[in-house]
Design a binder for this molecule. Structure first.
Ligand code: DC
Length: 670
């Protein structure tokens, strides 16, 4: 996941391949709660792992559920057969997860649990009064600890008595009704219970998910045309042994849209979700089709074909797909004619005021947008009118995911997504997944090259800059070290007359980088290649022309979305001559010797500063005077002498140069 202040997405051109999407948030949190309220142990497969499910899981653990995690599934043992101690206070933090706050409030009130329910500041702006009012009708004792009508809440155990139908409003959020329906089977053993909905029920598909899952857990609810619901007397939860969570249909909407916006010809296949889904947002498929998106679908798969040229604006009542409807706004930017989405008043009380947020950010990109209390109209942006923009995401995962789609814009302007980490709410690996199926033309993927003499700290600097920008990191020196190691292991002398053998050997080797780890032919060699001797060997063989040629493609193939920081000798001159920023890092030889000395000592390797100093001078001399790729700054490189600078200062300096460069690029493009 990208835990960086912002992520710059270069122009995205094509999409292809297939994706397996994470589990549905709505299903995951409902299933977890139902398992918790049942007795016995249930295995849950394909559960979403995100901020919202994490807060639910920690809450359930605090309430006494046993959670056993394994890589492929999770076992949860419920508390259905346990007595509650009414005096024990439970402190429960629920972040900004509405799908945890509402149902837990209802369930804990009905189980007679004493609990203090808290969350982040935005949670305290999200209404809960309609649910609390409904629960108070049957005797629940719930206090508002902050603003009346909003969390935080204190639940005090009380006697629950149901004498008449429970009234609940259904026109602000369907989660209030869902919360009641999920919790009421706790008290339906001796009586049937009726819930009457006041106002026209919104987001019915989400209530349908609730009904389907209750059915899965042995509770039958009679739906009287969405106006009232009856839970039969004697209903109680019966957890199935196993539950499978479908892929998230709202998350699928971004991939459907991305594939529709592709300039290529290949389709994208989405696995784990099809037209038989119980999620309401599956009907995004119809909405996208009505905009002209070419989608084929089966029971457990969707296949989307590029459709940019046929996209047209639509007018649609989106009450049935409130979350996925946001993605229609992103598609609308590319359509012919305006797109009007109505009946989306619930957007105002979601993670942020989504109507206002959508208006603000679409406008930044250059779109004309009209809106009202519960509708929005987005006009397409004509080619040549797109503006580079830094998209504010309002701590709303859907804003970040929707606006990533702006990176397909025909003007090829960069799109900056602020606080990309917010996707963690429902889809922590969203950007990684997007970059695994999206392609850019190589020259559009930014590369920062950092070169400099040995022990100048270029590796550390490059690595840190890569982390700060969310870019990949290429340690090209490691490739030469690997080559030296491979040759030594194969018994080939590191002599000039052996260069073609060494080159052939390395071009056939399997090389893999995984985070800090480096693998050669299936063997982890990260530590082994770091010795001084390996550095000397690398220095020697890196002057062989054939070896350099053999490593060319491996290095060029490291260019990947959303960008690359590459360190090493000829990065800026030979490997990535078109790179956006080239830095030549240096420091005086004695300082470098001291740094290397410190590094070796910290690893428990004995070393002498004077010897290291002389070695470095000799290595510099050899690297500078050699014929192939001599050590010298490329003409367009910026010089950074970091003799008196800390690593943090050097990173800051490079990031500043990078911001200047990208600002310049934006001006050129704008
Ligand atoms: O950066 P390093 O110490 O891991 O590099 C090992 C040797 O490889 C060093 O002598 C320079 C050489 N090298 C090179 O010639 N070209 C590169 N792109 C990277 C390193």
């Amino acid at each position: 996941m990208y835990s960086i202040p912002h992520l710059d997405i270069p122009h995205l051109d094509r999409v292809s391949g297939h994706v397996q999407l994470p589990g549905s948030k709505s299903i995951s949190n409902r299933v977890l709660l139902l398992c918790a309220l049942s007795s016995g142990r249930t295995q849950v497969h394909d559960l979403l792992d995100s901020d919202d499910t994490q807060v639910m899981l920690s809450a359930l653990e605090k309430l006494g559920c046993v959670i056993e995690r394994s890589p492929s599934s999770l076992h949860i043992t419920g508390i259905g057969d346990r007595k509650t101690d009414p005096k024990e206070l439970h402190e429960i933090f629920l972040g900004n997860a509405g799908t945890a706050m509402r149902p837990l409030c209802a369930a804990l009130a009905l189980r007679g649990v004493k609990a203090h329910l808290t969350g982040i500041a935005r949670m305290y702006e999200r209404p809960i009064q309609d649910l609390v009012d409904a629960l108070r009708q049957i005797g629940a004792d719930i206090e508002y600890l902050g603003n009346p009508g909003f969390p935080p809440l204190m639940l005090n155990p009380s006697e629950i008595q149901i004498h008449r139908p429970i009234q609940v409003r259904g026109d602000v959020s369907s989660q209030f009704l869902t919360a009641l329906l999920l919790a009421l089977p706790l008290v339906s053993e001796h009586q049937s219970i009726e819930v009457q909905v006041n106002g026209v029920l919104i987001s019915k598909p989400y209530v349908q998910i609730t009904l389907n899952l209750l059915d899965n857990f042995g509770v039958k609810v009679i739906n009287h045309d969405w106006a009232s619901f009856t839970i039969a007397k004697g209903s109680r939860y019966l957890a199935p042994k196993e539950v499978y969570v479908e892929a998230d249909a709202s998350s699928a909407s971004y991939f459907i849209a991305a594939s529709a916006l592709s300039n290529g010809t290949d389709p994208l296949r989405i696995e784990g979700l099809g037209l038989n889904s119980i999620q309401g947002d599956i009907r995004f498929v119809e909405a996208a089709q009505s905009m002209g998106v070419n989608i084929h679908a089966g029971p457990n798969w969707l296949e989307i074909h590029p459709s940019k040229s046929t996209l047209k604006g639509i007018e649609l009542d989106c009450n049935h797909i409130p979350d996925a409807a946001m993605t229609l706004c992103a598609l609308a930017l590319y359509a012919t004619g305006p797109t009007t989405l109505t009946n989306i008043g619930s957007w105002r009380v979601k993670e942020t005021d989504r109507i206002q947020a959508m208006v603000n950010e679409c406008s930044k990109l250059g779109a004309k947008v009209e809106f009202g209390e519960d509708w929005i109209r987005v006009f397409p942006i004509e080619p040549s009118k797109w503006r580079p923009a830094s998209i504010h995401t309002y701590d709303d995962h859907r804003m970040a995911m929707c606006f990533a789609l702006a990176a397909f814009n025909p003007d090829q302007v960069n799109v900056r997504i602020e606080d990309p980490r917010c996707v963690g709410k429902t889809f922590p690996q969203f950007f990684e997944t997007l970059f695994s199926i999206a392609h850019s033309n190589a020259h559009q993927i930014p590369v920062i090259c950092i070169d400099g003499p040995t022990a100048s700290g270029k590796g550390t600097l490059a690595n840190r800059v890569a982390q700060a920008l969310g870019y990949a990191y290429l340690d090209s020196g490691a490739l030469y070290r690997l080559t030296g190691l491979a040759a030594t292991q194969a018994g080939i002398p590191l002599e000039p007359n052996q260069e073609s053998r060494i080159a052939e050997l390395i071009s056939k080797a399997s090389i893999a980088f995984e985070g800090e780890q480096i693998w050669l032919n299936g063997q982890e060699v990260s530590e082994e290649i770091r010795t001084e001797q390996m550095g000397m060997n690398a220095s020697q063989i890196s002057s062989f022309k054939a070896v350099r040629a053999a490593l060319l493609d491996v290095q060029r193939n490291a260019r990947q979305l959303p960008g690359l920081v590459a360190d090493g000798r000829d990065m800026g001159s030979v490997i990535f001559p078109d790179s956006t920023l080239k830095i030549f890092l240096t420091a005086d030889a004695l300082t470098r010797a001291k740094r290397r000395h410190k590094q070796l000592i910290s690893k428990g390797i004995s070393a002498n500063i004077d010897v290291l100093h002389l070695d470095l001078l000799a290595r510099d001399e050899r690297d500078m005077s050699r014929k192939e790729a001599p050590l010298k700054p490329s003409e367009d490189a910026l010089l950074l002498d970091n003799t008196l600078m800390s690593i943090e200062e050097s990173v800051e300096w490079v990031l500043e140069q990078w911001s200047k460069q990208t600002a310049l690029l934006k001006l050129q493009k704008g």
